[in-house]
Design a protein around this ligand. Structure first.
Ligand code: TYM
Length: 362
């Protein structure tokens, strides 16, 4: 049997990057023939607290993330949806994996090195980097490995920025299996991208039995050389999947682009316009690639191209926004969904944990 697992941090309402890079694939996988496949999607609140969070805000964001997952089409009758912290086995397996994980490997992880650089840049006094950075942030990938391995996931649909974390999850499985016997399953990463896209993450995983739409790496609207992110301080750098027409239009018209005439797909030379092409492609009814769309709009004025993109995004997100508004007010339904999800996720995790505990002699 296949097990599809993925997670999202509850650090705000998902944005277009989360949607195009992950959530849309989660729904597509779920909606296909799935008799032999279990779908497990987690709202990873334990990962969220690796950076400081306000407790009330986190609580609210968890709910909003849950409503957003359901609004994009995750169906609790077919998929298990739960808060990570409601299944303690994730933390338990994390500890066990930490005991065979290499510190050297963790310290070479890109996301950690970025955090390290940021911290050193802000360094005021000698030695303060070490106290600023927290152990939880360093060991973040071990918890992510536990998420995947505790449910014996065979496939993990994610955006490009999570590939290295999943390499590490496979490494954790190898280390554990080496020490205690072949008990943990090696998960495959599901990522597909457009052939010919100018992308520095060149890994393609052929998945020939389940269709997933191409995964787009969506960049920030205010700085199109860095990824669209929930934590960026400028709200107009990202489009939330619940944004109104006015919000979407305002953000896209204000998006940073160059002053060259016409439209072309050249991510290195014209990152802003290329990002808008990727965004348009997400919602294109004919599923054309950004390159194909660039040909269609090649002579369009950038301003009117932005209006086209803004209309396409609004139309594409309208149904999601309407469902979200209904769901967010239905507290009883949301509670019921996560209660049922936690119960099933605990059961799924417990099957692995009883094997793991017995293999390790705990
Ligand atoms: P998170 O919450 O940052 O993002 C959730 C998903 O959205 C994708 N994504 C993007 N895709 C394209 N363009 C972007 N700008 C963009 N920004 C985010 C991410 O690749 C991700 O798939 N560590 C994970 C959560 C996690 C997880 C797991 C994922 C915890 N445990 C186990 C898979 C399996 C994270 O922080 O995702």
């Amino acid at each position: 049997p296949r097990v599809v697992f993925s997670g999202i941090q509850p650090t705000g309402i998902p944005h277009l990057g989360n949607y195009a890079g992950a959530l849309r694939q989660w729904v597509q996988l779920q909606d296909q023939e799935s008799e032999n496949t279990k779908f497990i999607y987690s709202i990873v609140d334990l990962h969220a607290i690796t950076t400081p969070q306000k407790p009330d805000e986190l609580k609210q964001w968890k709910r909003e993330s849950l409503a957003a997952l359901l609004a994009v089409g995750i169906d609790p009758r077919r998929s298990i949806v739960f808060y990570q912290s409601s299944v303690p086995a994730h933390s338990e397996l994390m500890w066990i994996l930490a005991c065979t994980a290499s510190v050297g490997y963790l310290s070479r992880m890109t996301q950690w090195k970025q955090k390290l650089n940021i911290a050193s840049e802000c360094q005021l006094e000698e030695g303060s980097v070490g106290s600023r950075l927290k152990l939880g942030l360093f060991s973040y990938p071990v918890l992510q490995a536990a998420d995947v391995l505790v449910h014996r996931a065979s496939h993990v649909p994610v955006g490009h920025d999570q590939q290295q974390h999943l390499e590490f999850a496979r490494e954790c499985a190898t280390n554990f299996n080496h020490a205690y016997g072949a008990h943990l399953v090696h998960p495959k990463t599901i990522i597909r991208e457009y052939i010919g896209s100018n992308d520095d993450f060149g890994i393609r995983t052929p998945i020939n039995y389940l269709f997933v739409a191409p995964v787009h790496r969506i960049m920030s609207l205010s700085d199109p050389t860095s990824k669209m992110s929930k934590s960026h301080k400028l709200a107009r750098s990202r489009i939330l999947i619940t944004d109104t027409y006015e919000e979407i239009r305002g953000k896209i018209l204000a998006a940073l682009t160059d002053s060259a005439p016409g439209i072309s797909y050249e991510p290195a030379k014209r990152p802003g316009i290329s990002n808008l092409l990727s965004i348009l492609s997400i919602f294109d009814p004919d599923q054309r690639s950004p390159e194909q769309l660039a040909q269609v709009y090649s002579t369009t004025h950038p301003r009117s191209f932005k209006e086209t993109v803004s209309d396409a995004v609004t139309a594409g997100l309208q149904g999601i926004r309407t469902r979200y508004m209904e769901l967010i007010d239905d507290g009883r339904y949301l509670d019921q969904v996560v209660a049922e999800g936690s119960r099933k996720a605990r059961q799924s995790a417990e099957e692995t944990m009883s094997i793991v505990r017995s293999a390790t002699g705990l």
